[in-house]
Write a protein that binds this ligand. Structure first.
Ligand code: UD1
Length: 421
């Protein structure tokens, strides 16, 4: 298993290109199942999660070609000859559940394994199930698999999500594109990745209104056509790299970044003493002065502060001037990075969903373990600010969501390398 070794070596300078969004790509790919015609995605990120989704789609009978070194994905679901999403693939990645809605809509039935335990919380599927049942699907759990059938096809419905779940919104919107009649989804999630999905579905001929608001209306159509669509910028990769000059000093330009993708996060950075300015090519990020001020953070659904940037923000707060309180409201067990940061000298107290971080003068390099995707990058960021060497093991977590992570950090002057253990 590989590790990443990082040494704190002072201010960083340069540019980082931001990739297409993992979470958008993972919902755009299953959209291929809705049409017999080809779907081409450009600006795709090169990540192991994308390979997992490709393998899942191929197991269903879709063709997936990775072109231009993985930046372009050509998908075709002309021939879907299997309707079982197998546990062996689904257990690797929760986003596999996004094949449920499209398969049900196109084939009228689907069997999808439940993803099982996830390191950051229970992450059940009740919201997906309730929405699809409202559209006439019958869904039963048998031996760890959801068996879904829509006798006579899915029917449009008015349905309100109990919680604005990203995945449940995506599954429902995709399913509704081919349902009979109109679906009105209330309390829908508003994340930019959902807006991107709707833009792509519209190119495929879907009739959808209200993306980016909490009510999405979908008028079902008989069939969808093919399309070509560029994946939206990865706001979580963007925010993660914005924290590099914040934590280590210097000035870094994030190519392709825009403030509107991350407004709540940018406000917190501003309050912490980090300037973020839009340039022609993206975002320029630098500290305003020597000190980072402590800020309090509550994770929320979009447009609030994203849970996927909480671990990285905690790394910044570890050396802030004062005490900050970080409250996790989306996932119940998302502070596993805290004990690792404590190994680096951070002062963090976790009580349930609330972490209190008292800033220390300097972190110290240590051997630490990546516990999930975003936690892994928080440890690399902490390593940039630490005295000495930090060794982050279990790097496969990073590979799920950050392409060319070592090259990107090295490109702004960080001392970082990947080693085989
Ligand atoms: C997506 C993102 C993930 C991000 C999360 C929240 C992808 C591939 N992943 O995950 O990176 O952290 O949004 O922004 O886009 N829940 C239920 N029942 C359900 C579904 C969800 O109770 O049926 C709960 C979950 O347990 C969790 C919360 O809702 O506590 C948020 O989950 P959700 O918005 O569905 O996240 P994902 O779509 O899984």
């Amino acid at each position: 298993m590989d590790s990443i070794v990082v040494k704190g070596n002072g201010p960083l300078k340069g540019q980082i290109p931001i990739a297409g969004a993992k979470n958008a790509c993972l919902t755009l790919m299953p959209a291929t199942l809705l049409s017999e015609e080809p779907l081409t995605l450009t600006n795709a990120p090169r990540l192991s999660d994308i390979k997992t989704m490709s393998a899942l789609l191929e197991s269903l009978g879709a063709e997936v070609s990775s072109l231009q070194d993985g930046k372009v994905l050509a998908l075709s679901s002309h021939n879907i000859d299997n309707h079982v999403a197998d546990y062996e693939i689904v257990r690797k990645m929760r986003a596999s559940n996004l094949v449920l809605g499209p398969m049900l809509a196109r084939l009228g039935h689907a069997i999808v394994s439940l993803p099982g335990g996830c390191a950051i919380g229970a992450r059940p599927m009740d919201l997906h199930i309730a929405a699809l049942e409202a559209m006439g699907a019958e869904i039963e759990l048998k031996e760890g698999y959801l068996h879904a059938i829509a006798r006579g096809g899915l029917k449009g419905a008015v349905h309100e999500l109990r919680f604005a779940s990203v995945g449940a919104t995506e599954n429902t919107v995709m399913a509704a594109t081919l349902a009979k009649g109109t679906t009105v989804l209330k309390n829908a999630a508003r994340e930019p990745e959902i807006v991107d999905l709707v833009h792509c579905l519209r190119k495929m001929g879907a009739q959808i209104e209200g993306e980016g608001t909490s009510t999405i209306t979908i008028q079902g159509v008989d069939r969808l056509n093919g399309a070509t669509h560029p994946v939206v910028t990865d706001r979580i990769e963007l925010g993660s790299y914005m924290l590099a000059p914040a934590i280590a000093g210097g000035e870094v330009e994030l190519l392709g970044g825009r403030i509107n993708l991350l407004a709540a996060f940018c406000e917190k950075l501003d309050a912490a003493g980090v300037s973020v300015t839009e340039t022609e090519k993206g975002l320029m990020v630098a500290r305003k002065g020597d000190l980072i001020h402590s800020v309090d953070v509550v994770t929320e659904v979009y447009p609030g502060f994203p849970t996927d940037l909480q671990a990285q923000m905690m790394a910044l707060m570890c050396t802030a001037d004062g005490t900050s309180v970080l409250e996790e409201k989306i996932f119940e067990n998302r502070f596993m990075h805290a004990p690792e940061l404590i190994r680096m000298g951070a002062n963090i107290d976790v009580q349930g969903g609330v972490a209190t971080v008292k800033g220390v003068k300097r972190l110290k390099g240590a051997r630490v373990m990546a516990t999930d995707l975003r936690a892994s990058v928080s440890l690399i960021l902490a390593g940039l600010a630490a005295e000495g060497e930090t060794v982050v093991s279990r790097v496969y977590h990073v590979d799920r969501g950050y392409e060319h992570v070592v090259a990107k950090f090295a490109g702004i002057g960080a001392q970082i390398e990947r080693v085989k253990e």
